[in-house]
Design a protein. Sequence first.
Length: 370
Amino acid sequence: MLRSLHRFRFCAAFLIAGIHFVAAKPIEGGGTFDPFLMAFKPALQMSPLPAWMEQPSRIDAENASVEIPIPPLLKQPMISMYALTLVFDDFGDGGPVLEWRSPESGTTTISYGLGELNNKVGLNSRTVLIPEALTKEGGTLVVRYRGHFDAVMSLAVRPARENSTAVLGSRLAPALVDENFQVYEDREVSGIRLNPLTGDLRKGTIVEAELSAPVEHIEDTLEFLAPIDGEVEGSMIRLEALGLDPEAKLEVQINNKTAGFINFPGFELDDPSLVTDWNGRLILAGWRKGSIFVPARFFVSGENSISISLKRSEMETRREVYLRNTAIHMRFAPRPFTMPPLNTKEMKSAELPSRSKPDFSISENLIPGQ
């Protein structure tokens, strides 16, 4: 069994016979941006209702769903949007469905599935930014997981505020920033199913090459072969990992030489994706992005071996670990610029109308690359 790390205050929960839902007695909360937290295992626990929440949530056992009433944004001028973080056991069947229900527009599907397809990865977590167009007039956020509703571990609804941010480059589309300054792209928090980032990309002297985009189970070591043609100045190996114990490490070797360990960003200890297992050990649910810089000296011209090895901690519960979107980003030295040879005879015979003839000649020493 898993239980949320958050220190929930127990609320009066009860079952109303014949109606098949469980409601929590409202308890007034604190600040405007306090989250609403709800854990399902080992027992139903809920945080005090935050200031922005007017009605308690309820569990509809008959429809295998949980319903969270969201008041209109007009009543909360400091709040612009709401973000839902859901922790669940992923059976590879697509995962929980997320819907929005309102008296005016009926039911709108926000996500047809927050989990993986055909990959039973275990403990997963997804954060979805609820569109402002839906929450403007208020309504009910519905989490539904038919057939596996008991796999839902916990959820958190957190208010967000909008802020103007300048973004460098054209590829990044940030949509949400958390308390640890982790940036979520719009595709990550829109509720769509995330497809592997397959294919290679060249941008100037930078080459982004796919090593393995699909989900892969790592038990000990995964090895990739990368043919390299050109002078490498440096590289970054990037990947996403799920199920990795916070004390475990992913070691990277290039051509049988240890380059270091994958670095993962820090996290807040009240992160909704941080849970504890049956032994009381902390686990981060969901996919985490990591990277490592590898200097040029590790690579050779021709075929290179890139190995990623799982180094488990001594006391962990040995959960299954998965990788996806494993790629190498390489920076190559720019090719020398060369000019075509000049025909000096044609230059001397050519006349320059309305201009005086030049009184200097181009030296070969000034021609780059010669």
